[in-house]
Design a protein around this ligand. Structure first.
Ligand code: NAD
Length: 461
């Protein structure tokens, strides 16, 4: 049955039906491998609107890559160091546009001109990044509207380029954060963000310094990952270890064998604990203390207990809320109370696109995952976190190929994985890369963000 549906989807007739719905044949996405010398290689065209404030910073970041950077005429007028774009018929691996200076709706035509002239030249698997300012920090309503307009522009560009496996995003850079958006730009230009598109990353001003090795950004760091024995948690453990972190992986007793296997592969440390048990926060805190503190806490453990609310038992409701939301809060609280999250550390929650858009049969799950977003929204202003330069963010995965999604009914699964701009499901590593990006010491300005890893899913939009 599965094969027949896949065969239909991949047949000429199937492609026609899906094409009419805006669903394209999936294009294989390039993901990170350690042989790539830098975060980006290839030709990149940098454009700018008037009064662009970030061009020098963008150029400095790109100078550390293997990019051949060309400037359009407006960008070169404002940043003389840029090389002229004399390649009328060239193709580009990325288009980057600095819109930070735009104050008025009619100035947006500068962005229109840049993309109108160049978007056909974006190579398959290409990247678009627009840089703007947070609209709520604008000095007047016209500027706020103009900056917010960039979100609609970038999300729509993502829909236009997704069929070719390309992505488009917006980074909003707060005043004073001009030196803090490097990790975000690198991540979005790199293959590490392959399944992320149509998203906004907000960067605020923060004290951070130093360099990190692009291939080992978490060297010397310790990460705690719950639900680490399989699926997304396993990929998180592998990715954080690949990036240099020592991982403490937590899972329930029934998963002990799987957890041990994963932990021995990543040279990490298994910790058996049901996160909802009353002694779990103390047990986890004791392990954190023994490790000398934790730099990155990842609350990944989660369950679904799907039923429409009329058919759902209270136990199914309460268990889902406890594992997915309340337990993570108790553990974070204990670690913070005992001062076990190191200065410059990071807390990451795992939400879901269904926590954003809701889902039939998932009132409990969606409530818990929306709660994760609320927690992050609130905690970004927590004085204790601010004082210790600790960031708090969430990832919101869409359709990721794991045991959890393999359990979704056949038809929903077959079509569900395709209903996004990239027309495919994501891999666990895609979620893990986003978490590693939050954990990067140079991402401290990235806090209070919920980043969807969903290929710009049509759900929860
Ligand atoms: P999974 O079921 O494969 O893995 C979840 C892990 O959490 C398991 O190892 C499980 O044993 C562990 N766990 C469950 N209850 C626990 C408890 N009380 N204490 C300790 N560990 C516990 O799921 P997955 O697909 O890898 O999902 C991981 C996270 O990503 C979850 O929070 C899930 O809600 C979220 N998510 C997944 C998808 C997806 O498409 N797979 C989409 C959105 C969000």
């Amino acid at each position: 049955m599965t094969d027949r549906i896949e065969t239909f989807i991949n047949s000429a007739a199937g492609k026609k039906v899906l094409g009419a719905l805006g669903v394209n044949a999936p294009r294989e996405l390039t993901r990170y491998n350690s042989k790539q010398r830098s975060f980006f290689s290839g030709r990149l065209l940098l454009g700018a609107g008037d009064n662009a404030a970030l061009l020098a910073n963008i150029s400095a970041i790109l100078a550390e890559s293997d990019a051949e950077v060309l400037g359009d005429s407006n960008a070169r007028l404002q940043c003389s160091a840029l090389t002229a774009n004399t390649l009328a018929d060239a193709s580009y691996a990325a288009l980057v546009f600095d819109a930070s200076g735009m104050r008025n709706a009619l100035e947006l035509v500068q962005a229109y001109r840049f993309f109108n002239a160049n978007i056909r030249k974006l190579a398959p698997g290409g990247r678009i990044v627009i840089l703007g300012r947070p609209h709520l920090a604008a000095s007047d309503a016209e500027q706020a509207a103009t900056q917010r307009a960039l979100e609609g522009l970038s999300r729509s560009l993502a829909k236009e380029v997704g069929a070719r496996g390309s992505t488009a995003q917006l980074i909003t850079v707060a005043e004073g954060a001009e030196n803090d958006f490097g990790s975000s730009l690198r991540f979005l230009l790199s293959p590490k963000s392959a399944y992320i598109t149509g998203q906004v990353i907000a960067v605020s001003a923060v004290q951070q310094s130093g360099n990190v090795d692009w291939h080992k950004p978490l060297a010397g760091k310790t990460a705690l990952v719950t639900g680490a024995s399989r699926g997304i948690g396993e990929a998180i453990a592998e990715t954080l270890a690949r990036d240099g972190a020592t991982v403490i992986g937590v899972d329930v007793a029934q998963m002990e064998q799987d957890l041990s296997k994963v932990m021995s592969r990543v040279e990490g440390q298994p910790l058996i604990a049901d996160i909802t048990a009353s002694d779990a926060p103390a047990k986890i805190a004791a392990a954190a203390k023994k490790a000398g503190g934790i730099d990155l806490v990842v609350h990944n453990a989660g369950v679904t207990r799907d039923k429409t609310i009329a058919n759902m038992t209270e136990q199914q409701w309460q268990m889902t809320l406890d594992i997915n939301l309340a337990a993570a809060q108790r553990i974070t609280r204990e670690l913070l109370d005992q001062g076990l999250i190191r200065n410059g550390g990071s807390i990451v929650g795992v939400s879901s696109m269904n926590g954003i858009g809701g889902q039939r049969g998932q009132t409990n799950y969606a409530a818990s995952k929306a709660g994760v977003i609320g927690y992050v929204d609130f905690m970004k202003n927590d004085e204790n976190l601010l004082a210790h330069n600790i960031s708090v963010n969430a990832v919101a995965p869409g359709f990721i190929e794991t045991a959890m999604t393999a359990a979704i009914p056949l038809f929903t699964r077959m079509f569900g994985r395709r209903l996004n701009s990239l027309s495919q499901g994501g891999q666990p590593v895609d979620v893990a890369e986003a978490i590693a990006f939050f954990g990067n010491p140079l991402s401290r300005g990235v806090t209070g963000n919920t980043l969807r890893v969903c290929g710009q899913s049509w759900f929860g939009a």
